[in-house]
Design a protein around this ligand. Structure first.
Ligand SMILES: *[C@@H]1O[C@H](CO)[C@@H](O)[C@H](O)[C@H]1NC(C)=O
Ligand SMILES: *[C@@H]1O[C@H](CO)[C@@H](O)[C@H](O)[C@H]1NC(C)=O
Length: 352
């Protein structure tokens, strides 16, 4: 049964979390990245610009608000070919079932059928149950081949800001929480176009995922607890800015990105040190609740990038759900819309 919320187990988890953080603190130091003002790289995407997207007076942080009329979001003004995309995020607190916060890269607006995407999705929860985090990777429109992983966290993401980063290079993808790598996807020939190859923009959104986000839609957003507020700061965008329409690999365009790619490859966060790899394994061992690599029902033949470790496999059911960590979900968390259509004639948004 779902034992996570029972007090003794929760206490044990808290103790484990403290030990986990202590064991990490010697292994990691903050990344050396420079942050941007909102107006340097971003633009509002949807939501009422004053009521639902509130910028601080120094323009270095943004509050997204979901109320019964609309959610909100912002996006980078440019697309990037490879890069580090990062923000410190504080999630809405209290009762947040059905609420979704997403921080992701995508080019879905431009390449409708062959889009690429890298996701952090934060799924709200009922009282007393923790937020869950999902990561995903799509390439060239591989939406029928979801590569979801889900995790619990070693901290309460509604209490303080934590940094969430997506590194995307020519050779690999790393998802970081603070300075801990939580997932690495190494590009292989077998992945083919499923590895993101085209320039992407970065997005941050807060919206109503009533129909699917919490226990498959069993707990919709309860607007009695609104407004739901998520804060973003320490905005980082580092990569090769690129016009996606200029897809012809002209020498000049390539050269521009080659220099930036080389710089990115040199960055400390582009390489997982042995210490950080230890931390990653520890995190995945203690906090990963679902992995597509172990979901034999959905994918009888694991994907080429899946490094199926027998000793790890025994900890997962053939549904991909951990039989040790956290809450179990019978239903697969479906992919939702990250950017609700502006105008929102849809049923998941309250009447406008
Ligand atoms: C941090 O990055 C800046 C700019 O890239 C560089 O000038 C500085 O030396 C770096 N600091 C450290 C401690 O590496
Ligand atoms: C991406 O998908 C399109 C349409 O299915 C296909 O024509 C193209 O070859 C694919 N590209 C890669 C790199 O796999």
């Amino acid at each position: 049964m779902a034992g996570f919320q029972s007090p003794p187990i929760r206490r044990i988890l808290t103790v484990l979390s403290v030990l986990f953080v202590l064991s990490l603190s010697t292994a990691v130091s903050a990344f050396n990245v420079s942050t941007l003002r909102f107006d340097e790289a971003y633009t509002p995407l949807f939501g009422h610009h004053n009521g639902n997207l509130i910028r601080s007076s120094d323009d270095k942080s943004v509050r997204l608000v979901l109320d019964r009329y609309t959610g909100s979001g912002f996006a980078s003004s440019d697309l990037y070919h490879h890069g580090l995309f990062s923000a410190s995020i504080k999630l809405p607190s209290d009762y947040t079932a059905g609420v979704v916060v997403a921080f992701y890269t995508s080019n879905g607006d431009i390449f409708r059928d062959t889009h690429d995407e890298l996701d952090f999705e934060f799924l709200g929860n009922v009282h007393g149950k923790p937020w869950r985090i999902q990561t995903n990777v799509y390439g060239n429109g591989s939406t029928s081949r979801g590569r979801e992983e889900r995790y619990l966290l070693w901290f309460d993401p509604t209490k303080e800001f934590h940094r969430y980063s997506i590194l995307w290079t020519e050779t690999h993808i790393i998802f970081y929480i603070d300075e801990v790598p939580i997932r690495e996807v190494v590009r292989s020939d077998a992945m083919g176009g499923d590895y993101p190859l085209k320039p992407m923009a970065v997005y941050a959104t807060l919206w109503d995922g009533s129909t699917w986000a919490t226990s498959g839609g069993r707990y919709p957003v309860n607007y009695k607890y609104s407004p739901f507020v998520s804060e973003f700061s320490d905005l980082v965008l580092r990569g090769c800015r690129k016009d996606p329409i200029q897809q012809s690999p002209s020498a000049a365009a390539d050269e521009g990105c080659a220099a930036s790619d080389a710089e990115l490859a040199e960055a400390e966060y582009a390489t997982i040190t042995p210490e950080r790899r230890q931390a990653m394994l520890k995190f995945r061992h203690k906090y990963m609740t679902y992995s597509y690599c172990y979901d034999a029902r959905r994918y009888p033949v694991p994907f080429p990038e899946c490094d199926v470790i027998p000793s790890e496999r025994v900890r997962f059911r053939d549904t991909g759900n951990s039989n040790i960590v956290g809450i179990r979900h019978r239903r697969h968390v479906r992919r939702g819309r990250r950017v609700p259509a502006v105008g929102m004639g849809s049923n998941s948004q309250a009447a406008i």
